[in-house]
Design a binder for this molecule. Structure first.
Ligand code: NAD
Length: 481
């Protein structure tokens, strides 16, 4: 018999230890061939003064097993603590968050009896770099970064996932009608890579109306791929409308490592009472079993779980008079699932982990040649109080040879020249300088310009270079321009 697969396991806080024990009991009873290595994370570690919430030695286990089954932890209140989830994702390069959201009508109440959606969320980029600055008395900013390689790998992951799991359609959500450059890149990458998967249906929705459609008619979707922030919000919406956030598990996947968990937290008020529903973590563990090449065990557990739910054996959180037959605790629920191993559901659709034979992932096309980048201007951001015309008159006189003041904007809206008198202006201004007659400019000119801006007594807070790529503007126009 093949050797048991080593996995790293953390029991976590609150209800964590109970649901982890139940999960391990179930999958081991079903024949999972795993060798758990237990590590310490969460509250106990934080209170020792380790701000990352994970024992430094725990990384050794993770580095060797590369597979992490994690129970929820309690994040301590107050500053100075780092989110363990964010740290793990970043350190282990877990770029894809995968969350299946399925309804189990009529046994678990939902308005959407036919929902079966998988959310594939980009996990590393977007505003989650946490690159934030307060720039003036009035204005703060958060940097949203979307990269081509980051978008390519999550989009490709979503298409490959769809193929492997017999899915028919991949939908992309962005807000590229507003963020034409960042979300526009994500959408473009989706269109480009989508061409390599002619057998799959593809569509794109603007995230606002797409989210409304998802909340109203989730059965219209299959696999949805989306940037980090939209994915963060909509994956919880999708899990909730399927029936309960307590039932969903998720996988965080990288090239070398993977982490599996429930999507809910440590529910401290329910801890130690044998009340919690272990299903969310169990579904995380099923994703793990597929990942480590034991899909037949996942299928066995999944079908036993469906049968248990169908038989009306429910924990308090999904218990409903008239539908449920027996209210059970965590341990009894686990025993009920174990007792049904080998059975398949009668009403609910049986789970099939007959994933498509791992067709070789499609070879990414060779990277396009780098585009020709030319700097054609600079945006100089100022912390300043006054009227647009006053600022325009002053800034017109502050210049260097080859650069001229083109316009001034306030929070993205053009206010000089010829702004609308009604536009509200904060203390955050952007003065756009362009090379004369459309000519390119050099860094030296920007540095000279900043010297003059400072010498004239202005508080510049940052600059952004304005570049073209193969002649196409790599910067947004202003509203009202
Ligand atoms: P929570 O998910 O722990 O609980 C929300 C509600 O759902 C509560 O009413 C709880 O009783 C119920 N609930 C959650 N899981 C359940 C289960 N398995 N069975 C039955 N009922 C369940 O969210 P919260 O109360 O906002 O957060 C509690 C703690 O968990 C916080 O410290 C938070 O930071 C942490 N948290 C951790 C993770 C993680 O480790 N991945 C995720 C989210 C929250």
């Amino acid at each position: 018999m093949a050797q048991a697969t080593p996995i790293t396991v953390a029991y976590g806080d609150g209800i964590g230890p109970e649901i982890m024990q139940a999960t391990l009991d179930i999958i081991q009873a079903a024949g999972a061939s795993i060798a758990p290595q237990i590590i310490e994370i969460g509250e106990k570690v934080y209170t020792k003064g380790i701000s990352a919430g994970i024992e430094p030695s725990a990384w050794d286990s993770l580095r060797s097993t590369k597979v992490f089954l994690k129970a929820p932890i309690t994040t301590p209140q107050g500053g100075g603590f780092k989110s363990l989830n964010v740290t793990t994702r970043k350190v282990l390069g877990l770029y894809a968050n995968v969350r299946p959201c399925v309804s189990y009508s009529p046994f678990i109440a939902t308005k959407h009896p036919n929902m079966d959606v998988v959310i594939v969320r980009e996990n590393e980029e977007d505003v989650y770099g946490g690159i934030e600055h307060r720039q003036t008395q009035q204005v703060t900013q958060c940097l949203k970064l979307i990269s081509r390689p980051g978008s390519e790998r999550i989009v490709r992951y979503a298409f490959e996932y769809a193929l492997r799991h017999n899915r028919k359609k991949v939908t992309c959500f962005t807000k590229d009608n507003i963020m034409k450059i960042t979300d526009g890149l994500f959408h473009r990458v989706f269109d480009e890579i989508g061409q390599e998967y002619p057998e799959l249906e593809k569509e794109h929705w603007i995230v606002d109306i797409g989210a409304a459609k998802l909340a109203d008619t989730p059965e219209a979707f299959d696999v949805i791929v989306l940037p980090n922030l939209y994915g963060d919000v909509l994956s919880d919406v999708a899990a909730q409308i399927a029936g309960s956030v307590g039932l969903a598990g998720s996988a965080n996947i990288g090239d070398n490592y993977a982490m599996f968990e429930a999507i809910h937290g440590s529910a401290p008020r329910r801890a130690g009472q044998n009340l919690a529903n272990p299903s969310g973590l169990l579904f995380g563990a099923l994703l793990m079993l597929v990942h480590i090449g034991q899909p037949e065990v996942a299928q066995r557990v999944h079908n036993a779980w469906l049968t248990t739910i169908e038989d009306g054996v429910h924990t308090y959180d999904v218990y409903k008079d008239g539908v449920s037959k027996q209210k059970v605790g965590t341990k009894e629920f686990a025993q009920a699932v174990i007792a049904r191993l080998g059975q398949t559901p009668r009403t609910l659709k049986a789970a099939s982990y007959n994933t498509q034979p791992q067709s070789e992932p499609r070879k990414p096309r060779p990277a396009a040649a780098p585009e020709q980048k030319v700097t054609v201007g600079v945006d100089v951001f100022l912390d300043w109080t006054g009227s647009p015309d006053e600022l325009g008159e002053k800034m017109k006189t502050i210049t260097v040879p080859g650069l001229e003041l083109y316009m001034i904007t306030n929070r993205g809206t053009k206010v000089w020249p010829n702004g609308f008198p009604d536009t509200f202006c904060s203390d955050h201004w952007t003065c756009r300088y362009l090379g004369q007659n459309g000519k390119s400019i050099e860094h030296r000119q920007i540095v000279d310009l900043l010297g003059r801006v400072a010498a004239a007594g202005f508080d510049f807070i940052k600059t952004e270079n304005l570049c073209t790529f193969n002649g196409k503007n790599g910067f947004a126009a202003a509203q009202g321009e």
